[in-house]
Design a protein around this ligand. Sequence first.
Ligand code: SF4
Length: 255
Amino acid sequence: MTATPPPHLSPSSMGTFRQCPLKWKYNKIDKIPDPSGKEALMGNFVHDVLEELYGLPPEERSQAQAQSLAREVWDRGNWERRVKPLVPDAEEYRMFRWKAWWCIENLWKIENPEDIEPDGLEFELNGEVSGVRLKGFIDRFTMSEDGGVVISDYKTGKVPRKEYVDDRFLQLRIYGTLVDTLSIGRTTSLELLYLKDGVKFEVPFSEEVLINTSVYVRDVKDDIDKACATGDFPAQKSVLCGWCSYKGICPLWVN
Ligand code: SF4
């Protein structure tokens, strides 16, 4: 059956389409909910705390302040009610909270939060790359003195193996390309902050990256349009099926 492509794409939905067109269809066309797993929930909680931490004046961004913010955000956001169904075991629940705090505390291994001057936090981007409408949020961006834009993304998952690090920058490259089309400034650098391990990866953003990413965006959009026009959304089995919410209805896994 044919389908109408969504009016805009996000870098993460493009990644989902590339990973498995059927998974993308279940979510974006059939609108079957894709509930967050405990890892995604932890990521959301840590992002909320860091957004509030970086919203404070620099001299107030201490670990003690982060700890009290974490407690406030936890209570205010009803995180217990959201997390408990996924980690009903008391020890697992305690570990969840402990690991979330561990990620926040490790921020100080990567950077001194007092030295960061964010110009945008959880900042919404909405624009066009290669004629493709894109929408999404970046965790943080800072402007350097020469007007360059540094885009940062917090990760709460494990540090990828060396050979996969470059792939992890794909979403940020799309955001960097989008930033360049808006009147924010020229993207100069991209950062991935792996909080769990206290590690930061940083890559420059060049003209070549911009051109290659623009081509990638157009290619994915063309493939999405083609799949919608033909109704052909092939299932693509991979190790990531283990984390897919649709495994229970996927023809590759259901007999
Ligand atoms: S289980 Fe795997 S193959 Fe099936 S929809 Fe999910 S990602 Fe695709």
